[in-house]
Structure formats: structure tokens, C-alpha cells
Design a protein around this ligand. Structure first.
Ligand SMILES: [Zn+2]
Length: 282
């Protein structure tokens, strides 16, 4: 297990996308000077999770680099105790406006003195190039992390509820087995959805063709198909349908002479009820 072995393991990092945006906003508001702050979150089983950040007001710029002064720490702890009493300080961030992502000697000094815990990290962002990177401890040295997972704010909430995180993986190889498994599941879900929509559209197009054919048949051959024929005479039984007994009187009055001819020509017809009615009617 890569995550649990203490020797030579790589630190796994998840960061909330809202926090990434907040750090960017803070740095972009000061394009000529460095800004800094601390990262708030939790550490568990080799995974550092960053949920929020606190901007380091009152941080002074000594030369090119930020410094955490006594005033900086007082400000940070005041906000942390108020807003994040149950979280931990899991690292720090600062900006490199226009000179790239790396840790200077001064940055390394800060990290060793204030963030020496094994799972604490240093986040660096350059607001000019929009590049960002993350550094953490490995075998007693500070290394740049090859990848980290940016977790969507909403996805993170769902993940906490179900115990199945849903991170987007940034970077090459992936020490986060759960994340890899999860993204795999997502892709198969997508495939199922695509197949379902294909099936549905195929069914609908077949249905449309069938309905069109049925309509054509209805308009071209309605009488031929539905006309009943008298088995004895072979003549079509158009007017004397036994299906609508209530309409018989109306029909006979509407098509008067035809019905008369029919009844006189075939007095032995089994449709005696209609004949009687006709007689009564007249
Ligand atoms: Zn720096």
C-alpha cells in the first residue's frame, strides 16, 4: 500500500476547488507584491485534504519574499479559532508574481520552521503565468508533488456523505486508488448513458417509420380491407352493419332509396330486424 507505508511514500493531496480559486483571487489582487496565507483542512492516512485558506493579512514583504511575523500568526489564529475550530493548519500558500513556481531558500526556511509536520504542504502560485504547484515532505526533504486532486466543492460534500470521494486528477501517475476507481466508474456510467440514448433514438425512429407506413396503408386501402361481404350473395354489406343498432333508423332515412332496393331484392336476408324497422318507418 503506497499510502500507508511511511518510508519513501508520496504525499497524497486533495484541495477544494473553491480554495484554489480563493488563493488565485488573493494573488491576482496583488500583481506586484507577494501575498501569503495558511491552508486549513485535515490529515488522515497519508492524505492531506485542504478545505479552506486564511489570507495572511499583515504579512510583510522582506525583499522578494513573504514572512510570517508575530502579527501574521495572531491574525491567522484569530480567524481559525472563530471559523475553523475543528480543522488543522495543513500548510501554507504564497504567490510568486512573475517569477515561476519553486521554493526559494527563504521559502524552504519558512517551511522547515513553521510547517515541519510530515503532511504539511507549501502551495505556490504565479498570478502572471497562472501556474501553480505544491511541495511536500518526502524522506526528510521537500519535493514538488507530481500531482494533486482538485475536488469540486459540491462533489466534495457528496463524497463526505457517501465516503466515496470524486476528485479530478491533475498530473501523471496516480497514487490515489480511490480516485482512479471512481473516475473509472464515471466513464462506464457515461458509456451506459450513451448506449441508452442510442437505443431510445433507434426505437423512436423505427416507431416513426412504422406509423408512417400505417398511415399510408390507412389512406390507400381502407375500404378494401374493412369491407364485409355477404357469404351467400358475395355482395358487400355496407349499410346493414349489425354493429350499430341505434343508428339504423337514421341511416335508413339518410340513404332511403338504396335501403329500400336492398330489402325488396333480398327479402330472405337474415337482417330481419332492419327490414322490420324500415317497414315500420315507412
Ligand atoms: Zn517564495
Amino acid at each position: 500500500m503506497k499510502l500507508k507505508s511511511s518510508n519513501g511514500r508520496r504525499l497524497a493531496l486533495r484541495i477544494n476547488s473553491n480554495t484554489v480559486r480563493e488563493i488565485r483571487r488573493h494573488a491576482r489582487a496583488h500583481l506586484k507584491t507577494e501575498v501569503c496565507g495558511v491552508l486549513i483542512g485535515s490529515e488522515a492516512e497519508g492524505v492531506t485534504s485542504i478545505e479552506a485558506c486564511i489570507a495572511g493579512a499583515n504579512a510583510t514583504q522582506g525583499g522578494a519574499h513573504v514572512t510570517f511575523t508575530q502579527d501574521t500568526w495572531e491574525h491567522i489564529y484569530k480567524i481559525k479559532d472563530r471559523d475553523f475550530p475543528d480543522e488543522r493548519i495543513v500548510g501554507w500558500y504564497h504567490s510568486h508574481p512573475g517569477f515561476g513556481v519553486f521554493l526559494s531558500d527563504h521559502d524552504t526556511f519558512i517551511h522547515k520552521n513553521f510547517f515541519s509536520s510530515e503532511q504539511q504542504i507549501a502551495w505556490v502560485y504565479d498570478p502572471h503565468s497562472d501556474e501553480e504547484g505544491c511541495f511536500g515532505w518526502r524522506d526528510g526533504r521537500i519535493e514538488r508533488l507530481p500531482q494533486f486532486a482538485v475536488v469540486d466543492g459540491r462533489g466534495g460534500e457528496v463524497a463526505e456523505a457517501t465516503g466515496r470521494p470524486e476528485p479530478r486528477i491533475a498530473g501523471g501517475d496516480n497514487p490515489n486508488d480511490m480516485g482512479e476507481e471512481r473516475s473509472h466508474e464515471r466513464s462506464t456510467d457515461d458509456t451506459d448513458l450513451t448506449q441508452l440514448s442510442r437505443t431510445v433514438s433507434a426505437v423512436f425512429s423505427h416507431l416513426a417509420i412504422f406509423l408512417l407506413g400505417a398511415l399510408l396503408v390507412w389512406y390507400l386501402f381502407p375500404r378494401v380491407m374493412l369491407m364485409p361481404v355477404d357469404p351467400q350473395t358475395g355482395r358487400p354489406l355496407t349499410d346493414s352493419q349489425p354493429m350499430k343498432p341505434g343508428n339504423n333508423s337514421e341511416q335508413s332515412s339518410g340513404a332511403g332509396p338504396k335501403t329500400e332496393d336492398r330489402t325488396t331484392a333480398h327479402p330472405q336476408q337474415p337482417k330481419s330486424g332492419e327490414i322490420k324497422k324500415n317497414d315500420v318507418h315507412q
